[in-house]
Design a binder for this molecule. Structure first.
Ligand code: GDP
Length: 296
């Protein structure tokens, strides 16, 4: 994850750190390279511009401080700004409040919704002793219901018995009642996706939202699709007001453009990242740790 961006920045900063004194010219040249590295990583160009402007302002304006060399100081400014870009503080997933906690997973087909629903069920059961209930609400692909049903059996989590002749809104409404009756305190709605955004899908998702008033609407995005993921996130947010993002397939994403753009563009934080196909391979997204990882 982030390997190519990390390598690029490392070579820029290696030169920087070695210099005893930094002139305005050195800083400008370094920032030109940082800009290129971010653009190559497929970060949104407006986001790159704002980022570089902020780093320039801080790097040129700062006094020389204690133990850091001027080069190290610039690296620290870049680190701090990367943390901001990634969303600042870790965006906690609030498990308190009324139960059941309802979570709607939305996103394009193949983004990793179903896998992420299973990962979240496992994670919240392990970390917060929650009793999850999985709800397959994609009735258009018979395989989708099967997939979640198998996944539930694999991790021993009950799954609502949806069938393809049911209406997705009814499925979700009824499943919520079942969860309340049976005392499940976490309900994960795995909704349908399409290869592209379409109006009917969006309408259906809006109807499900109205029927179950989910506490969280997590937009699931494939990190490897870069700026496309960011654009699709914007569309889903405009229609559904998402509460956060799950970025999947980060294990295969060497560039990191989606992770570095999505908060600035949509205003919504990445809450979890998928780091592999296995159900245990999901992590809470910590902006500071990720920034440190990028800067090596
Ligand atoms: P859905 O159509 O949105 O429900 O997507 P799926 O959950 O079926 O996932 C599509 C494919 O992506 C499957 O082959 C998953 O195993 C794979 N996948 C999901 N999340 C990750 C991840 O974090 N890393 C990797 N490498 N593969 C993932």
């Amino acid at each position: 994850m982030f390997e190519s961006l990390s390598d690029r920045l490392e070579s820029v900063f290696k030169r920087f750190k070695g210099q005893g004194r930094l002139t305005e010219e050195n800083i400008q040249e370094g920032l030109r390279e940082v800009r290129l590295a971010l653009l190559e990583a497929d970060v949104n160009f407006k986001v790159v511009k704002q980022f570089v402007d902020r780093v320039r302002e801080k790097a040129l304006g700062q006094d020389v401080q204690g133990s850091l060399t001027p080069g190290q100081q610039v690296v620290k400014v870049v680190h701090d700004e990367l943390v901001e870009l990634l969303g600042g503080k870790t965006s906690a997933f609030d498990v308190k409040g009324s139960k059941p906690l309802t979570v709607m997973m939305v996103g394009l087909q193949g983004s990793g919704k179903t896998t992420s629903a299973g990962k979240l069920a496992l994670y919240l059961r392990r970390e917060h002793k929650m009793k999850p209930f999985l709800v397959p609400a994609d009735v258009y692909r018979p395989a989708a219901i099967d997939q979640l049903t198998k996944l539930g059996a694999q991790i021993d989590v009950p799954v609502y018995p949806s069938s393809t002749d049911m209406n997705p809104v009814d499925i979700c409404r009824d499943a919520l009642q079942v969860a309340k009756d049976k005392g499940y305190d976490l309900v994960l709605f795995d909704t349908a996706g399409r290869l592209h955004i379409d109006e009917r899908l969006m309408e259906e998702l809006a109807n499900i939202k109205a029927a179950v008033s989910p506490r969280e609407i997590l937009f699931v995005a494939d990190a490897m699709t870069g700026q496309d993921a960011v654009n699709v996130a914007q569309s889903f947010d405009a229609k559904l007001e998402i509460s956060g993002v799950v970025l999947t397939k980060m294990d295969g994403d060497a560039r990191g453009g989606a992770a570095l753009s999505i908060k600035s563009v949509t205003g919504k934080s990445v809450k979890f990242v998928g780091m592999g196909e296995k159900l245990s391979e999901m992590e809470v997204f910590h902006p500071d740790r990720i920034a440190s990882r990028i800067l090596g």
